[in-house]
Write a protein of this length. Structure first.
Length: 563
């Protein structure tokens, strides 16, 4: 009788098997935002393709793209406070040795993967050979410009100039850029020359025209100007110095608390924006597809070029980056990528590494459990200088143009393409279509004409989004690798600083009031990293590795509390 009772109890305690539909419904509820984002991309492609079958005006395209424009503006609004708060809070809790090791390892990873991406792009474009001189005949559009072609030395010097801005306030909305302005001799000088020539040689009209052309020859003058957009490089350099110093000052504790709370508030705002992102991404995709003049002709003319770039980016994202991650960490890269799907899709929709940065933070810290001290330091720097996809795109694009002109590039010129693409990608701003500007630098460095560079601009809207998603993945894998390499330093430093969310849980009763965190009102968000309050001291060791905590008997009669 007792055995039957026991069996019946066991049977009643065994959970019933869930059906496939219930499992799917549960998964959809847990990943609702991801499902909505993917659905937004699919619906955007379908709606954009369907809209091309009807007549519409440019105003229609503007209105359709407007919700996506609002999403981009909201994300860009958070870039500056997120970069400032994340870098300062990340470095303020690191010692000099740990931050130096973390930075050197991150930079080593960035340069290694960028060079590998460039070499992969050169290999793909020379093997597939997508360039065909007939493309120049079918697409005779030329790239018009009122300025001289940019110089590589100017781009490199601009990077260094922007690292040290002369005005920090202006650096938040503008950066320094070298431009070449066209200048002409005074018109009176040409008139005087013409009159003197007419008086002396009245019958020599050809000589007069030649002299006038010589006098009116275009000349260019180098000058520095301010270009619209945040000087991210300068802000990063300042915040690195500020965060490193404030973390070593006893008086800086209150300031560190402020930036920690600021970082958490920004991340909460990101969560709100993310629920709007599926609709915004769908709007951007529809508007971009509707704005293409002739989708079929563009695909036929540059289809093989697009295939080469996308194939190279695919190999880099599926083979190169996961292989590096697996060799160093011995962890499954597929699991890591699964946690980054939301950021990857957002990068596909926005085409901006900076706009995707808030979502990248959230995916790494919540899904992949990357230490906040790593993400706050590595991600802002990576979003600025780690451009694997851009480097590959520039290498493929420059050699593709050479193939269209029938120009054979030797080993020395290919090496120049590799180095120039790597350096130019570092200087490329993390904004949509920034690779178009740096593409001209690569073409100029190897002596190729830039007149027909506009041919590849026709398909840049889709390639820009694909390469941006690869840039984001490269930053994410880099954060995982840096955390693995710095795990010993992070363990010695203790757990990461608690966020403002923990204080919210105390106020809401989610953390028991008998714990030290809730018991002492003097405990700030970073007190575990800076020292416990004076009236809360360890009393005894129970012998099992746990300390008994309580208020000092001279200060408070509260009985001891064990945690």
């Amino acid at each position: 009788m007792e055995s039957n009772t026991y069996v019946s109890q066991v049977i009643t305690m065994t959970p019933a098997k869930r059906s496939i539909s219930s499992k799917m419904a549960s998964w959809v509820r847990e990943n609702l935002l991801l499902v909505m984002t993917i659905l937004g991309v699919v619906l955007g492609i379908a709606a954009g393709s369907l809209a091309r079958t009807i007549h519409y005006t440019p105003d229609t395209v503007m209105l359709v793209s407007f919700p996506g424009e609002i999403m981009m503006r909201m994300l860009k609004m958070l870039i500056l406070p997120l970069i400032i708060s994340s870098i300062i809070t990340g470095l303020s809790c690191l010692d000099t040795g740990s931050s130096g090791k973390m930075g050197s390892r991150a930079l080593c990873y960035y340069f290694t993967t960028t060079i590998m991406a460039t070499c992969l792009g050169i290999t793909m474009v020379t093997t597939i050979h997508p360039g065909d001189p007939s493309i120049l005949v079918r697409g005779s559009q030329t790239l018009s410009s009122t300025t001289e072609e940019p110089q590589l030395i100017d781009a490199l010097l601009d990077i260094i100039r922007n690292m040290f801005p002369d005005n920090l306030v202006m650096a938040s909305f503008s950066s320094t850029k070298t431009v070449y302005k066209k200048i002409r001799p005074p018109a009176s000088r040409g008139n005087e020359s013409s009159e003197s020539l007419n008086e002396t040689v009245k019958t020599s009209l050809e000589v007069e025209a030649t002299v006038n052309d010589t006098l009116n020859e275009d000349k260019y003058e180098r000058s520095l100007t301010s270009s619209e957009g945040t000087n991210v490089m300068g802000m990063i350099v300042f915040c690195v110095a500020f965060g490193s110093l404030i973390g070593r000052m006893p008086q800086g504790k209150l300031m560190v608390d402020f930036f920690i709370i600021l970082n958490d508030v920004v991340m909460k705002m990101v969560e709100l924006i993310m629920w709007y992102s599926p609709f915004g991404i769908m709007s951007l995709v529809i508007g971009q597809i509707m704005s293409i003049e002739d989708l079929r002709e563009t695909a036929q003319m540059l289809g093989l070029y697009m295939l080469t770039v996308i194939a190279g980016l695919f190999v880099h994202a599926v083979i190169t980056l996961p292989a590096i991650y697996f060799v160093i960490t011995r962890k499954n890269p597929a699991v890591f990528f699964r946690g980054m799907v939301q950021a990857w899709i957002t990068a596909l929709g926005t085409g901006s590494s900076s706009a995707t940065l808030p979502i990248t933070f959230r995916c790494l810290e919540e899904n992949n459990k990357i230490d906040k001290r790593v993400t706050r330091f590595v991600l802002p720097v990576g979003a600025t200088i780690n451009m694997d996809g851009t480097a590959l795109y520039e290498a493929v694009g420059s050699i593709f143009i050479a193939q269209m002109y029938g120009i054979h590039l030797g080993p020395g010129q290919l090496l120049t393409v590799s180095l120039t693409s790597t350096l130019a990608s570092i200087g490329a701003a993390s904004i949509p279509s920034a690779g178009l500007v740096t593409m001209l630098l690569v073409l100029t460095a190897i002596g190729l004409p830039t007149e027909h560079a506009s041919l590849i601009f026709a398909v840049d809207w889709i390639l820009d989004r694909v390469r941006t998603s690869i840039n984001v993945l490269g930053d994410a894998f880099g954060a995982g690798i840096v955390m693995h390499l710095c795990r010993e330093e992070l363990e010695r430093m203790g757990p990461a600083q608690p966020s403002i969310e923990m204080l919210d849980k105390v106020e809401c009763g989610m953390i028991p009031t008998h714990t030290p965190l809730a018991a002492s009102p003097q405990l700030s968000p970073v007190s575990p990293m800076r020292g416990m309050p004076k009236d809360l001291m360890p009393l005894t060791d129970k012998g099992n590795g746990q300390l008994s905590w309580g208020h000092h008997p001279e200060r408070s009669p509260t009985s001891e509390t064990q945690i």
